[in-house]
Design a protein around this ligand. Structure first.
Ligand code: SF4
Ligand code: SF4
Length: 515
């Protein structure tokens, strides 16, 4: 289709599949299926009555995934055997399996309900009681969910009491939720001995009693409540790990499927075209899955046109150089390499590539061209070359006035520190640089999942290589800093420049030039 404003070389349209695969069997998956009603939807794990736009696969599970965003091929396995589906995007919505925490001693006929369902119940004025943090079993998820559900009820003018033992939780944003709940009038009561709390039936109400054994003579605390919501044992199960493995999606340290950016892009993952929502990505309050589903529908809407425009430049693999070692595919954080095993060819998918350059950095055959400022030639006599990740070290360097001693620094941006390769460093040394510093993100803060670890491995290998050539291994160093710590970054660089003893007299340029 000719587009008037599009000039040759600006980019191309790529045909894409508008169907979406939803994987999950709980309310978050239902929310996704409902929000994606403009798309054809394949629903694996379907529990509700599907709409006309939905093909339900209630008894199947995902076996294998091939392809990239816009053109996924997904193999399912079920009672009827195996089948392949084709879709443009995927939504992962596994549910947590919950049981009430057995540490709370509640009467069998008690109206106690799990905290994650509190805001769904028709609670009018209360008072309601939350019981949280009696033992180890509940885990972080339950505590965060309880706080958020309490907040939802408080916003509806319900009188809320929050009894808690040891929450043992440190979660991004938790402090804000806690403060907001306090501001809305939620009363927090710390229990030094949660097992001393008792709940008894009183007609249609529940009486909650507690005496603090640590304060001799303290009066009994007693109130009647319309509802008691008890903490749950709820953690990501093995299905989270299995989905992460199959779809090549990162997980966080608690086992949830990791968002690409919890504040800016919470429903995206490291893999373009694979989305997560609700409790699949972390503690979620009632209704959050619906908000996530709406955000995903916004992300997938352009696929309804059947084609997507991608601007040049994008990476290309030179088939004449490629040895089909698949190192690029193993390290790509986005799963963006199209691998054709029959023809033994590899290509970068412009629809899925994030432009991190990691594949070019690990390709020993230099089959992936990634031209950038790091490849320029020139004299670097006496300079300190800093190859800096443009999302951390480079931003730090740009945001601080550099002092006089830093006049010999040449800070070169890389899309990711994992892009650095041996040739780049040796070339800089051969051009006369005194030393090379690779500036990476802090540990586990890499925008591209594994770039900072890769950079560390490469610097270690380079040091060994320099040592084997009779050069000072200290001439290549790794520093880690974040973008918002420019003084720290400058201090680390200053330490290296002042303290490694590498002077212009021991550059070993001739040896480098021969390599
Ligand atoms: S790393 Fe390089 S040589 Fe190996 S498969 Fe990828 S492009 Fe080909
Ligand atoms: S540039 Fe990064 S995202 Fe793109 S193909 Fe290479 S490794 Fe994957």
């Amino acid at each position: 289709m000719p587009v008037p404003w599009l000039r040759e070389g600006m980019g191309s349209f790529f045909a894409v599949n508008s169907a979406v695969l939803v994987v999950g069997d709980g309310p978050p998956a239902e929310a996704a299926v409902s929000a994606l009603r403009a798309h054809p939807v394949f629903w694996v794990g379907a529990t509700a009555e599907p709409g006309v736009h939905v093909m339900a696969y209630a008894d199947e599970s995902v076996l294998e995934v091939r392809g990239q965003r816009g053109r996924f091929r997904v193999q399912l396995e079920g009672k009827q055997g195996k089948l392949w589906l084709e879709c443009g995007n995927v939504v992962l919505a596994p549910s947590l399996k919950r049981t009430l925490d057995p540490s709370w001693h509640l009467p069998a006929s008690c109206l106690a309900a799990p905290v994650s369902r509190a805001a769904l119940l028709p609670v009018e004025r209360g008072p309601v009681v939350f019981l949280q943090g009696a033992g180890e079993a509940e885990g972080a998820f339950s505590a965060v969910t309880a706080l958020r559900e309490a907040l939802c009820l408080a916003e509806r003018q319900v009188e809320v009491y929050f009894f808690f033992g040891d929450l043992g939780v440190s979660w991004p944003g938790l402090e804000e939720v806690h403060q907001e709940a306090r501001n809305l009038g939620v009363r927090f009561i710390r229990l030094s001995n949660p097992s001393a709390l008792r709940v008894d039936e009183e007609g249609e109400l529940l009486r909650v009693r507690y005496t603090d054994a640590c304060l001799p003579g303290s009066p009994e605390f007693s109130l009647t409540a319309t509802h008691v919501f008890a903490g749950e044992v709820a953690r990501p199960g093995p299905d989270f790990a299995e989905l992460a493995r199959i779809f090549r999606v990162d997980r966080d340290r608690w086992g949830f499927l990791q968002s690409d950016n919890v504040r800016l892009f919470p429903v995206r993952t490291n893999r373009p075209g694979v989305y997560v929502l609700g409790e699949a990505r972390g503690p979620a309050f009632t209704g959050e899955a619906g908000l996530d589903a709406a955000a995903i529908a916004g992300e997938t809407a352009p696929f309804l046109a059947g084609e997507i425009f991608v601007a040049e430049p994008w990476l290309r693999v030179d088939p004449a150089r490629c040895s089909f070692c698949l190192e690029c595919d193993r390290h790509c954080p986005a799963g963006a390499l199209e691998v054709n095993r029959a023809r033994k060819t590899v290509q970068v998918s412009p629809l899925a590539c994030l432009g991190c350059g990691i594949c070019a950095g690990v390709c020993s055959e230099h089959a992936i061209a990634y031209p950038g400022p790091e490849t320029k030639s020139g004299r670097r006599q006496g300079k300190t070359i800093v190859f800096a990740c443009e999302k951390s070290g480079y931003l730090a360097a740009q945001s601080i006035p550099l002092p006089a001693w830093a006049a010999t620094l040449e800070v070169i941006p890389l899309p990711c520190a994992g892009r650095v390769d041996e040739g780049m460093v040796l070339r800089a040394l051969a051009q006369g640089a005194v030393r090379v510093i690779v500036s990476a993100c802090r540990e586990e803060c890499c925008h591209y999942s594994n770039g900072e670890r890769l950079a560390e491995e490469k610097v270690r290998a380079l040091k060994e290589h320099l040592g084997s050539m009779g050069l000072n291994p200290g001439r290549v160093t790794l520093v880690r800093a974040s973008a918002n710590a420019p003084r720290e970054w400058l201090g680390l660089v200053r330490e290296i420049v002042a303290g490694d003893g590498t002077g212009p007299g021991e550059t070993g340029m001739e040896k480098c030039a021969k390599t």
